[in-house]
Write a protein that binds this ligand. Structure first.
Ligand code: GCO
Ligand code: MN
Ligand code: MN
Length: 388
């Protein structure tokens, strides 16, 4: 029986807002009492997590005085140290306060855009003080209900100006941050700008220092857009941009569900974990999810343990998949390569063109070739169901 105990090397993290979620939704009041950041840190240590992430206002109330802020931060740092919990990522709440009702960096109001920069700089100071090296940007309210209200072309420029400004702020203060942009297609706005991983990748390439900026893709967000999350992650990885990842679960076409990782799309999550482990992704495995509204805090602990346990089960299954001789034989068969066309991967040349033009392909034979994907997919299913 494999060991599914979470360990620091797995880099499992949760946000203060995840296990601390009180179960409020647009239709109902909270079902759980508020628990303090220190209690959350204790809970995370108890369940075996490695780290905790936070928005500025998860820890420090938006209207705290400077001395209140310092006292809260000192107490939190002590709790993290006492419980062996690290803070690898920080972010800014640019969505709860009514000042941000029409966005932050992309608001039509220059005063809101300026306030958003000021708030983010203060939050970057806080994150740096706590040791965070990844700084996430989720544009919760960077969107619109009506395209009469905002020019989407202006929005792109405003976002670029903000990112360029904040990159310089990080460098000027030697914070060493990697910025991780988190796309989401909608909710809470009708549309959110830069809705997908592909869209963010295109935007990042237009920044002054694109090397400093990457992605924080989230399972639920690509699924809400009806997209294949693994394919988005693979593209971010290929671009050297997978700086962070938000793991949770989500049915296609639903509201933002934020379910426990592994609770919904078993095969998709398996292939995701197999990919992350096979390529050697070394960042946090952050669970941006929350427990059902029906849970009390004992069950919230089960939720948190479940996220990590499911990840480790998928990891174990990925190892089995890679070691399964029948599966691997099929994969070898599928990828059979005589080497005859290696010359095409050396780049374009007149010789290559000449050779290719004079090649006669057995088109009918190629079309008649069986691809045993049914068999392979069923073996994958059997393996996941534990009957192999
Ligand atoms: C959401 C988002 C957020 C962000 C968080 C960190 O759908 O609400 O996923 O949870 O990840 O604000 O930036
Ligand atoms: Mn989300
Ligand atoms: Mn998220």
């Amino acid at each position: 029986m494999a060991d599914y105990t979470p360990k620091p090397e797995h880099k499992f993290t949760f946000g203060l807002w995840t296990v601390g979620n009180i179960g409020r939704d647009p239709f109902g009041e909270p079902t759980r009492p508020v628990i303090s950041p220190v209690e959350i840190v204790e809970m995370l240590a108890e369940v075996g997590a490695w780290g905790v992430n936070l928005h500025d206002n998860d820890l420090v109330p938006i209207d705290a005085t400077a001395s209140e802020r310092d006292a809260i931060v000192a107490e939190f740092k002590q709790a993290c140290a006492d419980n062996g919990i690290v803070v690898p990522m920080a972010t800014t709440n640019l969505f709860t306060d009514p000042a941000f009702k029409d966005g932050a960096f992309t608001s039509n109001d220059p005063a809101v855009r300026a306030y958003a920069l000021q708030k983010t700089m203060a939050s970057m100071d806080l994150g740096a003080e706590l040791g965070a090296k990844v700084y996430v940007f989720w544009g919760g309210r960077e969107g619109a209900e009506s395209d009469s209200a905002k020019n989407p072309g202006d929005v792109i420029k405003r976002m670029r100006d903000a990112m360029n400004f904040l990159c310089e702020y990080s460098k000027a203060n030697d914070y060493g941050y990697q910025f991780a942009l988190e796309p989401k297609p909608n909710e809470p706005r009708s549309d959110i700008y830069f809705p997908t991983v592909g869209s963010m990748l295109g935007f990042i390439a237009t920044l002054d220092d694109p090397d400093m900026v990457g992605l924080n893709p989230e399972v639920a967000h690509e699924h809400m857009a009806g997209l294949n999350f693994l394919h988005a992650v693979a593209q971010a990885w290929d671009a050297g941009k997978l700086f962070h990842i938000d793991l949770n679960d989500q049915m296609f076409g639903r509201y933002d569900q934020d379910f426990r990782f592994g609770s919904m799309m078993i095969k998709q999550n398996f292939h995701l974990v197999r990919f992350l482990e096979d390529v050697g992704y070394d960042g946090s495995r952050h669970f941006d999810a929350h427990a059902y509204r029906t849970s009390n805090y004992d069950d919230v602990k089960e939720f948190a343990k479940g996220c990590m346990r499911s990840y480790l089960i998928f990891k174990d299954k990925a190892e089995q998949f890679n070691a399964d001789s029948e599966i691997q034989a099929l994969i070898t068969e599928i990828n059979a390569d005589t080497g005859d066309y290696d010359y095409l991967t050396d780049g374009y040349s007149a010789d290559a063109v000449e050779k290719l033009k004079s090649t006669e392909f057995d088109r009918v034979g190629i079309g008649a070739r069986n691809l045993p994907y049914e068999r392979l997919d069923q073996l994958t299913f059997d393996l996941l169901m534990g009957v192999r």
